[in-house]
Design a protein around this ligand. Structure first.
Ligand SMILES: *Cc1c(COP(=O)(O)O)cnc(C)c1O
Length: 372
């Protein structure tokens, strides 16, 4: 007896492997590759995505939180794991215990990490984040060399790398990108001229890896592209990516609805003529944003069917035209292909007024994941 839900996310791990290989092929050999698997691998499963990326030659993993990093370790993953923002200072001992690489942006955290390392009689490695214009986290580029010299005085620390993050890497020929890159190169040069070793120097996310080879440096950090999704329109045509996620559901109920009858909360949609309505067992708590109500299409019997009425928390309804021969239990495709038709993550993101990154994460929140 299984209690599996009749809605699920299907993940093609071979696609993730293939995408990692395709991205690595863009960089010169010797360039390190970090697979970014934060937020449960953008909804694809953190541990499974990490293992697929490592099989395909990824050198390191990137996550956002200490908890995400610990889950990778508990799954037996021994590859270097970097936390891409500065963790809370009270996590210093935990970080060292699990051999995790934190990002440093403040003296306070660096001091706490150094103290914990000294108590344990080890050296803790970290990467320094340099803010070159995104104005999110990081030490300002002009203050970075001074910061590095100061923190170098703390016992128990070892700077393994320095990095920055681009705000506009997904645009071609962008002046802001150029100026961020210049600021970063300059900061790294100044760190060197102070006699310090910057270690692994890295800057590129997926769009920069695909569009800006000159910024590859010692390592690239790819997230969205390893899952087969393009970071923006600009990268399409530059690399072949294979989407790894499919979202499907089984039709739980098909029912005839008479002319003038309404469907779902508020009865905002009414049948203009007698028709067939299919209920699917997934809703906005599974990542199908409510803003998609009445706008999205679902594949049934290889054809596009209009979603009708408001999307509920756990269910949504679809009008099945006469031309589609559907039965209870049939597979409906929310993301992916069926027959000749495809609904892409990009299509749904655009309809929902967001980006494929957010859509993919949202589908990973509650739906069970099936791996192939
Ligand atoms: C999330 C993240 C990435 C990955 O970005 P993608 O656009 O998904 O490739 C890279 N670097 C940092 C610092 C990040 O936070």
């Amino acid at each position: 007896m299984t209690f599996e839900r009749a809605a699920r996310v299907e993940i093609d791990l071979c696609a993730i492997e293939q995408n990692v290989r395709a991205l690595k092929a863009l960089t010169p050999s010797g360039t390190l590759f970090m697979a970014v698997v934060k937020a449960e691998g953008y909804g694809h499963g953190g541990v499974e995505s990490a293992n697929a990326a490592l099989r395909a030659g990824a050198d390191r993993l990137g996550v956002a939180t200490v908890a995400e990093a610990i889950r990778l370790r508990e799954a037996g993953i021994t590859a270097p794991v970097q936390i891409l923002s500065e963790p809370p200072a009270d996590s210093a001992h935990t970080l060292i215990e699990h051999d995790l690489i934190p990002t440093v942006t403040t003296r306070e955290f660096a001091a706490a990490l150094g103290r914990a390392a000294t108590v344990r009689g080890v050296e803790a490695r970290y990467h320094l984040k340099i803010d070159t214009g995104m104005n999110r986290i990081g030490v300002r580029a002009e203050e970075a060399p001074g910061f590095v010299t100061e923190v170098a005085e703390f016992a128990g620390l070892y700077m393994e790398g320095v990095f920055t993050h681009f705000a506009t890497a997904d645009v071609v020929g962008d002046w802001d990108f150029e100026s961020q890159f210049e600021r970063f190169v300059e900061a790294v040069e100044r760190i060197r001229s102070e006699g310090m070793d910057p270690g692994i120097v890295h800057a590129c996310n997926s769009p920069a890896t695909i569009l800006h080879p000159k910024a590859h440096m010692d390592m690239v950090r790819c997230g969205i592209a390893i899952y087969g999704l393009h970071p923006s329109r600009a990268t399409q045509g530059h690399i072949d990516l294979e989407p790894a996620m499919r979202v499907t559901a089984s039709i739980v109920l098909l029912k005839r609805v008479g002319m003038g009858e309404g469907v779902s909360y508020g009865l905002t949609w009414r049948a203009a003529a007698p028709t067939t309505i299919a209920t699917l067992p997934l809703g906005y708590a599974d990542g199908v944003h409510r803003t998609l109500s009445g706008a999205m299409q679902v594949l049934v019997g290889g054809q596009r069917c209009q979603q009708v009425g408001r999307i509920c928390m756990d269910q949504l309804m679809v009008e099945v035209p006469r031309t589609v021969d559907a039965a209870d239990g049939d597979e409906a495709v929310i993301i992916g292909s069926q027959g000749e038709e495809t609904v892409s993550m990009d299509e749904l993101a655009e309809l929902g007024g967001t980006i494929n990154y957010e859509m993919a994460c949202a589908f990973g929140m509650r739906l069970p994941r099936i791996y192939r």
